[in-house]
Design a protein around this ligand. Structure first.
Ligand code: SF4
Length: 452
């Protein structure tokens, strides 16, 4: 395995990551009655809204404290106070998540102190829960923002108590379809759970008769408060091992056991998840999943001749890349380039864990942009590109079939309905990959094959 980093950094060109507050906004949107508020410039909120709306095709309000030049010099207390007053009056939220942008972080704004003052000055009045997540974008990607918001919410809201038969599930940044499937799986195991965040309805809602300022759905305040009394936590993301997370906070404060698994993409990672659910629930894997797994394995035999030893380039969030690499290796596709704009420092190690038999054939690049990926892609001679829509121009230039997964998908419909996880998700991904290879073979052939 070859791991490389940029030696002579000039500037980021077409980033393979999003800004840190975007991840925090996703988490805050996954809380019932929750509203994200960015403490900083209005443009940051606009950027986040545009990215999320274009992918999910749902309305997404992100409030802003609207920094100006004078705010940047004298501090944003007045702006934050006005912003909180306004959104409480207009939205009546149960929860406001305040994420700090690059500017408010750079001037050293003490947001926890400002929020304490704000609440103290309104003692006796009904107030929403206020949580602050520190999310300077120059210190991490949208995934650092996502995990920081999860941890800040748990730190602020979770209480302890006598342990009950219920688990916390921290899924990471998945699609609404993934979140719905996770809920289905845990219900089938008859295992009570708190899923956090849960934007499966708030970012993929049915049509409404009248516009709602805050959509239905999301993790309830009651469930968030009860997290410390649950007996176990499951968190997805191999790169999270050893890092301070919401699950780690619950472990140290309330003795809730923490198990970190890979995002359950593909057979191997999904098997580990189901094995854990068997232990935690005390029940065997329900028959419907045994059947799903069996059909999936059968399809691997059917399509082996089409995909064996194909070369794939995979990019996106680090834990998505790890899951996809594990899946591809298990079906005989070599993930020749695994790339991410994230910089956990753990990507190479995690890829090695899930693809031990292919390690010598894989290049891992973390902290890269799409200019770096394009440079590497030319010599990688790929047969497939797998990732979000930002990589499409490279696949087009190289005339390589492209399979869309993850976030953002700005050039197609249904990003919120892409199922990545579980045996069902693996089946859908596998069919998409095989068919992309077959379509490409048809398209470049002059013969016009109708039988492949
Ligand atoms: S200034 Fe920072 S927080 Fe704002 S959009 Fe840019 S990267 Fe994101």
């Amino acid at each position: 395995m070859k791991a490389t980093k940029n030696k002579s950094f000039v500037s980021t060109r077409n980033a393979c990551k999003q800004c840190s507050p975007l991840g925090a906004c996703m988490v805050f949107r996954g809380i019932e009655g929750g509203l994200p508020l960015l403490h900083g410039s209005q443009g940051c909120a606009t950027y986040v809204r545009r990215y999320i709306i274009s992918h999910f095709r749902e309305p997404m309000d992100v409030a802003s404290s609207n920094f100006s030049e004078s705010t940047a010099v004298f501090g944003g207390k007045d702006n934050l106070t006005t912003a909180l007053d306004n959104v409480i009056k207009q939205y009546h939220p149960k929860f406001i998540g305040v994420a700090t942008t690059c500017l408010s972080e750079t001037i050293g704004e003490n947001v926890p102190h400002l929020l304490r003052d704000y609440l103290r000055e309104r003692t006796g009045r009904p107030m929403p829960a206020l949580v602050h997540a520190s999310t300077p974008s120059y210190a991490g990607s949208h995934m650092e923002g996502f995990h920081a918001a999860v941890k800040a919410t748990v730190d602020t809201l979770a209480d302890g108590g006598d342990k009950i038969r219920r688990v916390n599930l921290f899924p990471g940044f998945l699609s609404p379809a993934d979140l719905r499937h996770l809920k289905e799986i845990l219900e089938d195991f008859n295992l009570p759970f708190t899923l956090f965040p849960d934007y499966s309805e708030t970012l993929d809602a049915p049509t409404w008769d009248r516009y709602r300022l805050l959509p239905d759905g999301g993790t309830t305040m009651e469930d968030l408060k009860g997290m410390g009394a649950n007996f176990a936590s499951i968190e997805f993301g191999r790169t999270l091992k050893g890092r301070p997370t919401g699950a780690e906070s619950l472990r140290t404060r309330f003795g809730v056991t923490r198990t970190t698994l890979g995002t359950p993409i593909g057979v191997d990672e999904t098997d580990l998840f189901f094995q854990l659910l068997e232990v935690l629930s005390g029940r065997p894997v329900p028959e419907k999943y045994v059947q799903e797994r069996g059909r999936l394995i059968d399809s691997f035999f059917d399509a082996h001749k089409y995909v064996f030893e194909k070369r794939a380039i995979v990019y996106g969030e680090e834990d998505l890349v790890v899951g996809l690499a594990s899946f591809l290796a298990s079906v005989g596709i070599v993930p020749v380039l695994c790339a991410s704009g994230g910089e956990s420092g753990r990507l190479e190690e995690c890829i090695r864990e899930v693809c031990p038999q292919m390690a010598s054939k894989i290049t891992v690049k973390e902290g890269v942009d799409f200019a770096d990926i394009e440079q590497e892609a030319v010599s990688a001679s790929p047969d497939l590109f797998i990732g979000n829509s930002k990589g499409y121009p490279i696949s087009r230039k190289l005339n390589v079939p492209f399979v869309r997964v993850g976030f953002p998908l700005h050039d197609s419909l249904g990003g919120q309905r892409v199922l990545h996880i579980g045996y069902q998700g693996a089946q859908g991904l596998f069919d998409s990959i095989v068919n992309a290879v077959l379509r490409h073979k048809q398209d470049v052939s002059t013969a016009g094959y109708a039988y492949m």
